[in-house]
Write a protein that binds this ligand. Structure first.
Ligand code: HEM
Length: 191
């Protein structure tokens, strides 16, 4: 494990535990409405974060496959929301990352979420009897490529940590975890 990855894992452990606890995902996805409400919150978060990440990273080949807003849009359509309703969904007011180091710290959180997402995806597909990826594209994420995508991300992260201030990366990861937790776990997200 590279130094930056070891630091991120250790120094965001509490934040991961907090989001895992407060998200109460099994309860939220126990109904179709609850699942849709959770995806709507994720949509708002990604709508606010992705343009900032794209600008900071300025590397489309790397970032484009990691975007997840379109997947969320497709899932929400599948669950019955029309495009006007989706576009009008609320977005968080927390400030997204600025600059490459902050972007990498933030992306650590978003990319890492694809790991636990595999467990949640299997549960959701079973729960709602979904077919293939329909309605579960967000949580399916990279599917069989999850391990390879995570490895590729960690290599880029290590390169970035050589060039920039690791403290900035770690602080940004913690801020992202907090912003996500507050946003996803706000009472309006439980609709
Ligand atoms: C939005 C909420 C979540 C975020 C942002 C998130 C973020 C992360 C991050 C950054 C990692 C990488 C840790 C590392 O450096 O190795 C990770 C790993 C993991 N997460 Fe989460 N997580 C979330 C929710 C969950 C939930 C609800 C579960 C439970 C199902 C979960 C289960 C896991 C597991 C099992 C791993 C480790 C996978 C492995 O080491 O192979 N996560 N998550």
């Amino acid at each position: 494990m590279t130094d930056i990855h070891a630091r991120l894992r250790a120094e965001t452990r509490e934040a991961h535990e907090a989001i895992e606890r407060d998200l109460a995902w099994e309860t939220r996805v126990s109904t179709r409405e609850g699942y849709r409400g959770l995806l709507a919150r994720f949509w708002g978060f990604h709508a606010a974060w992705e343009p900032a990440l794209a600008e900071a990273l300025a590397d489309d080949a790397f970032f484009a496959p990691r975007r997840r807003l379109d997947r969320l849009t497709e899932d929400l359509r599948h669950l019955g929301l029309d495009d006007a309703t989706i576009q009008a969904l609320p977005r968080p007011s927390a400030l997204p990352p600025r600059g490459r180091a902050e972007a990498f710290g933030s992306l650590y959180v978003l990319e890492g979420s694809t790991l636990g997402g595999q467990v949640i995806a299997r549960h959701i597909v079973r729960q709602f009897g979904l077919c293939g990826d329909e309605g579960c594209r967000y949580y399916r994420g990279y599917g069989r490529d999850t391990g390879a995508m995570w490895k590729a991300f960690r290599l880029r992260l290590a390169e970035e940590a050589e060039l920039s201030e690791p403290d900035v990366i770690v602080a940004s990861a913690n801020r992202t975890f907090d912003a996500m937790r507050l946003w996803l776990c706000a009472s309006s997200g439980r609709a």
